[in-house]
Design a protein around this ligand. Sequence first.
Ligand SMILES: *Cc1c(COP(=O)(O)O)cnc(C)c1O
Length: 433
Amino acid sequence: MARRQFMLSEKEIPTHWYNIVPDMKEPPPPPIHPVTKEPIGPEALAPIFPMGLIEQEVSTERFIEIPEEVREIYRIWRPTPLYRATRFEKLLDTPARIYYKYEGTNPAGSHKPNTAVAQAYYNKKEGTKRIITETGAGQWGTALSMACKFFDMEAVVFMVRVSYDQKPYRKILMETFGGTVHPSPSPLTEFGKKMLAEDPDCPGSLGIAISEAIEVAVSKEENKYALGSVLNHVLLHQTVIGEEVRKQMEMAGEYPDIIIGCCGGGSNYAGFAFPFLRDKLTGERNHTRYIGVEPASCPSLTEGKYRYDHGDTAGMTPLLMMYTLGADFVPPSIHAGGLRYHGMAPLVSALVNQGYIEPLAIPQKEIFEAAVKFAHTEGIVPAPEPSHCIAAVIREAAKCRESGESKVILFNLCGHGLLDLSAYDAFLSGRME
Ligand SMILES: *Cc1c(COP(=O)(O)O)cnc(C)c1O
């Protein structure tokens, strides 16, 4: 019988995050100032981020030590399990060997706390009293509320209005962790007021919520801003996932032929895949394929343009070189709330542009069909976001069945779907578009 679980002990929590930048042949073009169009220096970010994070944002060090205080909190849920999906393989009648890393075991239910805890730590160290942020579906706001509480700081969260209305449980979860939640656009900021004047029923978007959060963050010295994806330091913190998976795949005696993850802003994908991708960048392992999956209705990688664009709608952030659908793009209200961002992390974008990562867009129905198959065999109800991976796994497993190849497929199950049950309800009752 094939072994199913690959567990590490507390002692094996990685001691370092991995920074892919020094291994890239062409690092991504730098962020530029929205007005002068000159590359921006670290000091330009000082009003919104603590120096500890800014240093990581521009670092060219290959491995960065994880502070002991952060590892101490990681021990609440790390290391996370790696499983072989033997029952799912059987259902798919495939010779492929399918493995998944499960990041839904922590209190917030997704990979987001890996960076929330790190960001809260560096903020606390530099005297921040209050962190302001945005959240789409609520996973990031939940993770940051929890992390701020751990470090005795306040969390203020601007939540995209459609999610605020559709996902009341996420709001309650954030409030339970001590966070303050406002629907965005809100009347609390100049930009929010402007958006509401144009459209009182504006459903909101991540781009709008980011603008509001930054506006509040810069209004007081003791405030700072935090982002849950896209930026280099966020991707860096998530590499704790991939560093663990490397050890676990060694335990399994396997090396992945195909690595699949979902891409919203790019952080779970990067955190999962970059520690393997370094083998490709350094020429050690060339055969592995890297697939990044996104929703067909918010296809930044497959249909966006690779150009400089703002991270937010008001144009307050530096211009980032990335695949983008345009900062004013308001995506349709699909259920994978975490994948509704107009852009993509500059590091992931550059690696797609250089041909290391293959982007793939999949429509919503296929996602939920895949998710239900997975739940039936593995017993986990996956979040809609990583269900994008599961749909891609099914496609690859079918190819293996046709060719008879026993490929090793590895994917990141980056969160559970227990607070997405209304989406499952819509799917199961045939009300999903
Ligand atoms: C936030 C989130 C995403 C999307 O963000 P990335 O930065 O692309 O990882 C995907 N899945 C889940 C479960 C999330 O919480």
